[in-house]
Design a protein around this ligand. Structure first.
Ligand code: GLC
Ligand code: GLC
Length: 807
């Protein structure tokens, strides 16, 4: 069952039934001011950091769900309704929620009153604009009251939800004609405030939650709205809000527009106040004037739209498969941008108060995003590398506001260092710019410890080389990519963190997955070294790679697939010898991508096993059979009920590894089959089962052993976005940035016979036509000339390059 449809021309998903199986959300904002926006107008805003700088309040695990947003209550002759359906839940005569790239539009109608609500964050300003137009489609005059309202968060989102003995005393606002300023804690240590502004004068306001709602009422029946009034309340302590009320008369056919703006302002310490208790509003006025009429809003909105269209034109495909095109051209790239901005911090499943930016997560996010904004990627790489320690190990996370490593979580995830090589090598391939290797980058953000970035890569490799276990395989530490395989944890205490506890530091548990990573990214680093003329060092690295490759062939192969790990007692994990968890997906993907045991046919066998044992209707499960009991020696993986999360769901993140691996062994049909199984656009028709947004990847889809087989959870902030982008564009379509130029190496399935691709690469536009005759006869003609090999040598004197490939 569908709840809407794709509108590819407008780059939108249009939700036409507000009763979606879960809130279906979107993200607004690009450079500091961010908002989450659900299909009922729910969600919240923050500046840079959803934990430390939360602007509006949202209650996770609330009942009913998804309350807290920017709300517009329309009282039309005692019929009260909201354009986004919630909170009043009045049945609408028509409803559309158009989630687009960086904006959301609601178009709703009730009793011949139409509401058009445009919501977006302008490109270079720190505010959310909500432009609401009401149109009377009736043949008699309407007199309606309109209340707009948001609820302030007291900045630190954790404190806000916990420290009530303080919080109920500190709320402060300042009110003038068209604006409510939220200035809690501004008088002491904060230098920022927020405001809620409307471009026309209102007929009443409220800034105290209990007054606006009525102590025992709720967002579903606020007293002010029921009584068509405002109490002009000035919040002092308790819960500050901002609400403006308007009495609006609309003649038949008449429209009226009001622009609501929620803004964020920072002032220098010496410019905080204009007099005692009166905040300096200069910057706020500037922001308010910038968007005080329809023309200005429209201009800013068009700039935003154009920005996205230009950005997405970096890679565009038109094939005979509409869903594939739509994912690559629009939604997959869009999701990559969102994961780049948010890492795993703020979604409807990530509260924004837990994790900041993950080392491994952010490195991987770059893989799918780099081609869009390489400059930003370079900056990000530096931020990430700066939380690495001199021995090559890394902090696992940092807070975006401070950019300092998060000491509560610490480090010890032994895959982390290698992801840095993945990101940097991809950066060089995309840009051709090796100077990044010279960027002075500190260790652990310590002043004076700056070294060229290449030394960080050396440290990464060296960490693995100096931390091997009894089989010559890399030690796993607290965990590798699979955060839940905690082989040194041995936790018996409820609530103890599986990620940070080690009750039995064995110094023995090893990861075959990290071995696969080492071989893949070690070779990559060796190539980089060779390219910059360090041939000896390159050969040394290759020798280390060979050692780990040999160890993997010897101890990491189980007969039909790759072993997953060795536990603290040197027993195999992910082997036919085990009772549960006999096969794990991760090493099958990574070791095949790294071509370990290629001559021995390992990759092919491993992927056959993946298909036979792990593949279900919605993708490839992470392991099989699911753990039935808790295993002290394995940790969190065995804590989850069967079929969920790391215990046997389709953990979407590693499905693209299987897609890529299949193209590596030349099994194009199977690669595309795996791609389609969990691709949201292909699951749109079963939205009632899948439940999360049909335009966005989720982290997991419950596996065969789960009660709710096929149900997805944790949409948006997942490495699935970038890895699928990588798999679809580089492995299936085969448009691969490479050191010397652009490689074109398609692995298309039979069902895609033609594809026209435009790709802007290092400033040159490649117009590529691929004809898939399904032969193994590869031919490439570039600007009329047949070329040997698959790489188009980079020529910066050209603007456009015409490429014809037949297969
Ligand atoms: C989550 C984490 C990621 C980890 C994965 C598997 O998505 O963000 O870092 O690799 O789970 O456990
Ligand atoms: C839990 C999750 C895992 C995630 C980790 C992050 O272990 O199962 O997916 O990566 O938390 O802390």
């Amino acid at each position: 069952m569908k709840f809407g449809h794709f509108d590819d021309k407008e780059y939108e998903y249009v939700i036409t039934n507000y009763n979606t199986p879960l809130p279906w959300i979107n993200y607004l904002g690009q450079d500091g001011f961010f908002s989450l926006m659900s299909n009922t107008c729910g969600g919240y805003m923050f500046y840079k950091d959803a934990k430390l700088r939360r602007i509006t309040r949202f209650r996770y695990n609330n009942v009913p769900r998804d309350y807290g947003g920017r709300y517009y209550y329309i009282n039309d002759n005692n019929t009260i309704w909201n354009p986004g359906f919630l909170p009043f839940k009045t049945k609408l005569d028509s409803y559309k929620c158009r989630h687009g790239l960086g904006y959301t539009i609601f178009e709703s109608e009730k009793n011949k009153l139409k509401a058009d609500l445009l919501c977006f964050v302008p490109l270079n300003d720190l505010c959310e604009i909500n432009q609401l137009t009401l149109t009377n489609n009736d043949n008699k005059t309407k007199n309606v009251t309109l209340h707009g309202v948001i609820e302030w968060c007291l900045w630190n989102a954790v404190d806000d939800q916990t420290n009530f003995q303080r919080n109920w005393n500190i709320g402060e606002v300042e009110i003038d004609d068209q604006t409510i300023y939220h200035k809690t804690e501004y008088r002491e240590r904060r230098n920022h405030y927020a405001f809620y502004h409307t471009n026309v004068k209102h007929d009443g306001f409220d800034s105290d939650l209990d007054t606006f709602i009525g102590l025992y009422n709720s967002w579903c029946d606020p007293s002010a709205v029921l009584n068509k009034t405002s109490y002009n309340s000035a919040a002092s302590g308790w819960a500050p809000i901002a609400s403006h009320m308007f009495n609006i008369e609309l003649k038949p056919g008449e429209s009226k527009t009001i622009i609501f703006q929620t803004g964020y302002v920072e002032n220098d310490d010496d410019k905080k106040f204009t007099s005692l208790d009166v905040i300096n509003k200069e910057k706020a006025y500037e922001l308010q004037n910038k968007y005080n009429n329809k023309e200005k809003v429209e201009k800013a909105f068009n700039e935003l739209k154009n920005k996205w269209v230009t950005l997405l034109s970096t890679l565009n495909v038109k094939s005979d498969n509409e869903k594939f095109d739509r994912m690559i051209n629009i939604w997959n790239q869009y999701q990559c941008m969102v994961t780049f901005n948010m890492s795993r911090s703020a979604s409807y499943y990530e509260s924004g108060t837990g994790r900041g930016m993950g080392f491994r997560d952010s490195c991987q996010d770059l893989l799918g995003f780099l081609h869009l904004i390489p400059e930003k990627s370079r900056e990000r790489i530096k931020d990430i590398a700066s939380i690495q320690f001199e021995d090559g190990s890394t902090y696992h996370q940092y807070q975006p506001l401070t950019k300092r490593g998060n000491a509560d979580i610490g480090g010890g995830f032994n895959d982390d260092p290698l992801w840095l090589i993945a990101a940097v090598s991809q950066y060089i391939k995309e840009t051709g710019d090796y100077t990044i290797l010279n960027d002075p980058t500190p260790f652990n953000n310590k002043e004076g410890s700056e070294r060229p970035l290449i030394d960080h890569l050396r440290a990464s490799l060296n960490f693995i080389i100096t931390h091997k276990g009894p089989h010559g395989l890399p030690l796993i530490g607290r965990a590798d990519w699979n955060d839940c395989l905690n082989l040194n944890c041995f936790s018996k205490t409820p609530g103890e963190s599986f990620q940070t506890t080690s009750n039995f530091e064995s110094g023995k548990a090893e990861s075959v997955f990290i071995a696969g990573m080492f071989v893949l990214y070690g070779k990559e680093f060796a190539t980089i070294l060779k390219n910059i003329g360090n041939v000896d060092e390159s050969n040394k690295v290759l020798k280390e790679v060979k050692d780990i490759e040999d160890a993997t062939i010897k101890y990491g192969w189980d007969g039909e697939w790759f072993v997953r790990a060795y536990d603290a007692y040197c027993n195999k994990v992910g082997s036919h010898e085990c009772e549960d968890g006999q096969i794990f997906v991760e090493p099958q993907g990574f070791c095949t991508m790294a071509r370990i045991g290629e001559d021995l046919g390992y990759g092919k066998k491993a992927l056959d096993s993946v298909e036979k044992i792990l593949t279900n209707d919605y993708g490839v499960e992470i392991l099989h059979p699911c753990y039935k009991e808790y295993h002290l020696e394995l940790g969190e993986v065995s804590s989850y009920p069967r079929g969920y999360k790391e215990n046997g769901s389709v953990f979407c993140h590693n499905n693209p590894w299987i897609v890529i691996a299949n193209t590596v062994i030349g099994n194009n049909e199977r690669a595309f089959d795996v791609y389609k199984r969990n691709c949201p656009a292909y699951l749109e028709d079963v939205s009632e089962i899948h439940k999360t947004e049909p335009y966005i990847y989720s982290q997991t889809i419950a596996g065969r052993d789960a009660k709710n087989y096929g149900e997805a959870k944790n949409s948006w902030l997942t490495g699935t976005a970038s890895w699928t982008m990588f798999a679809a564009s580089q492995a299936i379509l085969g448009i691969k940035p490479d050191y010397e130029g652009l490689m074109i190496d398609p692995h298309l399935p039979k069902e895609i016979k033609n594809a026209k691709v435009t790709r802007i690469f290092r400033g040159v536009k490649y117009n590529i036509t691929i004809e898939n005759n399904n032969t193994s006869n590869y031919q490439m003609v570039v600007d009329g000339k047949t070329i040997n090999g698959k790489v188009i040598p980079y020529d910066k004197t050209k603007k456009d390059v015409d490429v014809r490939i037949s297969l």
